[in-house]
Design a protein around this ligand. Structure first.
Ligand SMILES: Cc1cc2nc3c(=O)[nH]c(=O)nc-3n(C[C@H](O)[C@H](O)[C@H](O)COP(=O)(O)OP(=O)(O)OC[C@H]3O[C@@H](n4cnc5c(N)ncnc54)[C@H](O)[C@@H]3O)c2cc1C
Length: 277
């Protein structure tokens, strides 16, 4: 009797070797980078706040060192096992757009000077620069958080520039009849962007250092059952969430919150802290 071979482990994510096709300044604080590569057409996105992992070359290298097996299901461990001094620098970003013809991935970088490797890289991105991307190959994947329950009557969004690409994806995904109230904090008025608008959507732009929590506190919110999605700098996210849950009485389960970055802390340090915890 023969035993059938076990089917190979399949993973809804894989590594892609990509290069910069073009890079343009969208607004003073946002650089749009469009990536191409042989198999971008195999990449998938759920839209909304679809996150990806971006791997940038470490200093002195032309291309990021990432695990060779592009479909390794344990790819994160494989990346961790590479030499930290030469492996690609990993950062989290959002798919702003995934096109099929031509097959291109667009990522919008909120730039904040030379302080972090990703911001530094984006400020100098040039046609042909190579990066690695860990991205889904199926639309139905675990790497997005905007999941409003079916009984949602209206949606509340708050973001800063780092979460603006995700807000654009969420607004593009929502049916035009869904009422939306959004607060978006950007460094300067010139950083406002045109966003998809439904029949009853109100977007309030705030200029740093405005306090998003105070702006929401002063607002009259729609009646009905809300779903809130809150992202951006960690302390602002915490403050907004506290207001929504404690002062506005929105159930915790209806408030999705994500710290996209933390003042004074790099993403490497945040990852190490999370792993240690
Ligand atoms: C799910 C998810 C999706 C994200 N999507 C996007 C996206 O599409 N576009 C985008 O621009 N960012 C996005 N981010 C945020 C991005 O990953 C962080 O801003 C990241 O820290 C940038 O890496 P860096 O190398 O530039 O800075 P790091 O090396 O991580 O940090 C260096 C210093 O810069 C500060 N810093 C980091 N980010 C910012 C910022 N945005 N503004 C001001 N100071 C900052 C840190 O506090 C630290 O002091 C996302 C984050 C998450 C978790």
């Amino acid at each position: 009797m023969t035993t059938p071979a076990a089917s190979p482990a399949t993973s809804p994510f894989r590594f892609f070797d990509l290069h910069v096709v073009r890079a343009t300044a969208l607004t003073p604080s946002m650089i749009r980078v469009v990536f191409g590569g042989d198999d971008v057409s195999r990449m998938a996105s759920a839209g909304r706040d679809q996150r990806i992992k971006l791997f940038l070359p470490s200093p002195g290298h032309d291309a990021p060192a990432v695990p060779r097996d592009v479909a390794d299901p344990d790819r994160y461990t494989a990346w961790r096992s590479l030499d930290p001094s030469t492996r690609g620098v990993m950062r989290t970003y959002t798919i702003r757009e995934l096109r099929t013809s031509p097959a291109e991935l667009t990522v919008d970088f909120a730039v904040h000077g030379d302080e972090g490797p990703a911001s530094r890289w984006a400020l100098r991105a040039t046609v042909g620069d190579r990066v690695g991307v860990l991205a889904p190959v199926v639309e139905d994947n675990v790497a997005y958080e905007f999941r409003p329950p079916v009984d949602t009557d209206w949606v509340l969004l708050t973001a800063d520039a780092s979460a603006l690409p995700a807000v654009a994806g969420i607004l593009g995904h929502l049916p035009p009849t869904m009422p939306v109230r959004a607060w978006i904090e950007v460094p300067t008025p010139a950083d406002h962007q045109p966003l998809p608008a439904g029949l009853d959507s109100a977007i309030t732009w705030l200029t740093t250092p405005a306090t998003t929590t105070e702006a929401i506190r002063a607002a009259a919110l729609p009646a009905g059952v809300p779903y809130a999605w809150v992202a951006g700098e960690s302390s602002t996210v915490k403050s907004v969430r506290r207001h929504l849950v404690r002062d506005r009485g929105i159930p915790r389960t209806r408030v999705q919150f994500s710290g996209y970055w933390r003042n004074g802390t790099s993403e490497d340090h945040l990852m190490q802290t999370e792993e240690a915890a």
